[in-house]
Design a protein. Structure first.
Length: 281
């Protein structure tokens, strides 16, 4: 008998205490299941054409600014994904940090795209300081230096709405910077890591695999909470970690990753509290 049929029969015929016992047995069984490896045996090379092309239109303000300023992220085709994630918040964003400056192409693009924001650039090269102008400010320092990163956060007012790591592209720097700065986002901020994987000499996907771990926190489930009560899980118990409660999504595209902060699970306005019961901590 497969797991889903066992679960269905338990729910139909067993008393509550026995259902809890069966649920634990099913969970233990699932831990031993092999990881799925998709082979897509019915895949075809001649798939029918979609009635549309690439699902994100290239006719948008960010693509126009990319053509105007020519940042390298345009060559990597990152701009469609930036447009998809930023288009609904561009006028509300107030604080943007981009790690890795080199030229003013990218920070000027962001300055025009986010008309109400201060754009902070961070680079290790002192020559980049000359690029500070208008709403663009520059910090000079090492992105792997946690003390320096804390100083940047403090100088910028304590938080950023968007952080983009386009810095050294070294795995250890990407991971150190994310660990230090993801908590420095505003409560619905977005953190972006550009240039991961083979294009920066990381064919083993160390940065990507580390960020995959955030998915486990997005999907956090309190121990002992019944699956059928999910519409009433409007908050997590005290045993949930900070990242369980503050990470709401991760989006992977070729060479670029977006990690979203939020209120997990409270951003769902349709959830209600469970009367007279609390999740088991």
């Amino acid at each position: 008998m497969n797991i889903e049929r066992l679960r269905g029969r338990a729910k139909e015929h067993l008393p509550g205490w026995a259902q809890d016992l069966a649920r634990r047995a099913i969970a233990a069984r699932r831990r031993w299941l092999p990881h799925a490896r998709f082979v897509f045996p019915t895949a075809r090379e001649d798939s029918p054409a979609s009635p549309y092309g690439f699902p994100i239109s290239s006719h948008n303000p960010l693509e126009e600014l990319g053509a105007k300023y020519l940042p390298t992220k345009r060559i990597h085709n990152y701009l469609p994904y930036y447009w998809m994630h930023f288009r609904d918040i561009r006028f509300e964003v107030r604080h943007v940090l981009e790690i890795g400056v080199q030229t003013d192409r990218s920070i000027r693009m962001w300055e025009e795209f986010f008309p109400n924001a201060t754009i902070y650039g961070l680079d290790i090269d002192p020559a980049c300081e000359r690029l500070a102008d208008g709403r663009c400010k520059i910090f000079i320092g090492d992105q792997s230096d946690r003390a320096f990163l804390n100083h940047v956060v403090e100088r910028a007012g304590g938080h950023f709405d968007i952080i983009i790591d386009d810095g050294s592209h070294r795995v250890e720097h990407q991971l150190t910077t994310f660990d230090a700065l993801f908590p420095a986002l505003s409560d619905h901020g977005i953190y972006v890591v550009e240039d991961t994987g083979g294009c920066v000499g990381d064919p083993g996907l160390a940065t990507v695999n580390a960020l995959k771990g955030i998915v486990d926190h997005v999907m956090y489930w309190p121990r002992g909470f019944r699956p059928e009560d999910w519409p009433r899980l409007d908050h997590f118990p005290s045993g949930a970690s900070w990242v369980d409660r503050n990470a709401i999504g991760v989006a992977f595209y070729r060479w670029i990753v977006f990690v979203m902060r939020g209120n997990n699970p409270g951003d769902n306005p349709h959830l209600k509290p469970l009367p007279g019961a609390q999740p088991d901590t």
